[in-house]
Design a protein around this ligand. Structure first.
Ligand SMILES: Nc1nc2c(ncn2[C@@H]2O[C@H](COP(=O)(O)OP(=O)(O)OP(=O)(O)O)[C@@H](O)[C@H]2O)c(=O)[nH]1
Ligand SMILES: [Mg+2]
Length: 353
């Protein structure tokens, strides 16, 4: 049963960079992963691409052939992919039981109202994929009340449209202090508990629309669905935390590792992937426990990227320097050992008499 993510979000929100970051993280963790590029306009793909929509259709060709603009062309490409879903299915089957990331184009209508992506997702789900939508929103939107409202609306719309386990993410949180001070602590924006506090900021920016803005706020609150995780793609702790959140949302957290033991007496036919085998972990007590650890609390994130960014940066640099020194020392020692291998008398273990 393959697990995976549908990585969506507005243009430039960091989708492709996130896919590459996750690819590197999973390789370091020895978790098999494949990235599928579904953006027919993605020319500089940063990650090794397991499947590329460009080998089926490209935006340039569509624009030339049908005289369409870039946005219409993009919608056509997605409709073409939907019509040729077999092409995608065949290639996904060849990948086997790996974790799959789908890197979507930045046109938000694809994940908010256009039907093709939704239908492709439905077909993937039907064929056994367990996907979560990871919706990236640039973190700088939280520095302005009206932009924050628009990002909440966009996120809610995507949640209602895609009908997948859904994780909204404030990406590029490492850059957030460049856009000035926040009116509230970061957890106000990530937890989206009480939007009435935005009233002052919204009314002073656009007094004419104050009532409309507050009506939108109460609509978002009534649904009670939108909340955010944070992401700084180069921060390992941030990536690990987000990975844990997504694993929990997809149910991947319940899947034992490939070499997990099967309980005594349980029926476990050979060749069945580990996701379909019984296992002996106490999953409900451990896997569903609240997430803990660095960057799992928005207050930690605020301290790291806003309140004490310089101190943390300096500390991290010192750690990297230390790691670099250790690697150099280890390499030197290995060189010396190569040049002067220990004599056989030094290597043989002498048994005590
Ligand atoms: N500082 C910082 N920069 C980031 C982060 N994530 C992405 N970026 C930068 O944001 C820019 C856009 O990133 P992309 O990954 O191309 O964004 P995208 O969403 O794939 O863009 P489209 O495919 O055009 O919609 C690049 O310059 C990235 O280096 C992050 O976490 N921190
Ligand atoms: Mg991209």
């Amino acid at each position: 049963m393959p697990f995976g993510e549908l990585v969506c979000g507005s243009p430039g929100s960091g989708k492709s960079t996130y896919c590459y970051g996750k690819y590197q993280l999973f390789n370091a963790l020895n978790r098999p992963i494949a990235v599928v590029n579904l953006d027919p306009a993605n020319e500089n793909i940063p990650y090794p691409c397991a499947i590329d929509i460009a080998s089926l259709v490209t935006l340039d060709d569509v624009m030339k052939e049908y005289g369409l603009g870039p946005n219409g062309g993009m919608l056509y490409c997605m409709e073409y992919l939907e019509a040729n879903y077999d092409w995608l299915e065949d290639r996904l089957r060849e990948l086997g039981d790996v974790y799959v990331l789908f890197d979507l184009p930045g046109q938000v209508e694809l994940s908010t109202n256009h039907e093709s992506v939704k239908k492709i997702v439905q077909k993937l789900t039907k064929s056994g994929f367990r996907l979560a939508a990871v919706h990236l929103c640039d973190a700088h939107y939280v520095t302005d009340a009206s932009k924050f409202i628009s990002v909440l609306m966009l996120s809610l719309r995507a949640m209602l449209h895609l009908e997948l386990p859904h994780i909204n993410v404030l990406s590029k949180v490492d850059l957030i202090n460049q856009y000035g001070d926040l009116d509230f602590n970061l957890d106000f924006y990530t937890e989206v508990q009480d939007l009435s506090y935005l009233e002052n900021a919204l009314s002073s920016a656009a007094p004419r629309y104050a009532a409309l803005n507050m009506a939108i706020c109460s609509l978002i609150e009534d649904y009670g669905l939108v909340g955010f995780e944070t992401l700084a793609v180069e921060d390992k702790e941030s990536m690990l935390h987000l990975t844990r959140v997504i694993d929990k949302a997809t149910g991947c957290v319940f899947v034992p590792s490939a070499n997990a033991k099967v309980p005594e007496g349980a029926d476990a036919p050979k060749g069945v992937p580990s996701s379909q085998r019984p296992n002996e972990y106490g999953l409900l007590s451990s896997a569903m426990a609240p997430l803990q650890g660095p960057r799992s609390d928005p207050r930690d994130v605020q301290e790291r990227w806003l309140d004490a960014k310089d101190e943390w940066d300096a500390w991290e640099k010192a750690q990297w320097r230390r790691e670099g020194q250790l690697v150099q020392e280890a390499a030197k020692k290995a060189q010396i050992r190569e040049r002067h291998p220990p004599s056989s008398s030094q290597t043989t273990n002498t048994q005590p008499s």
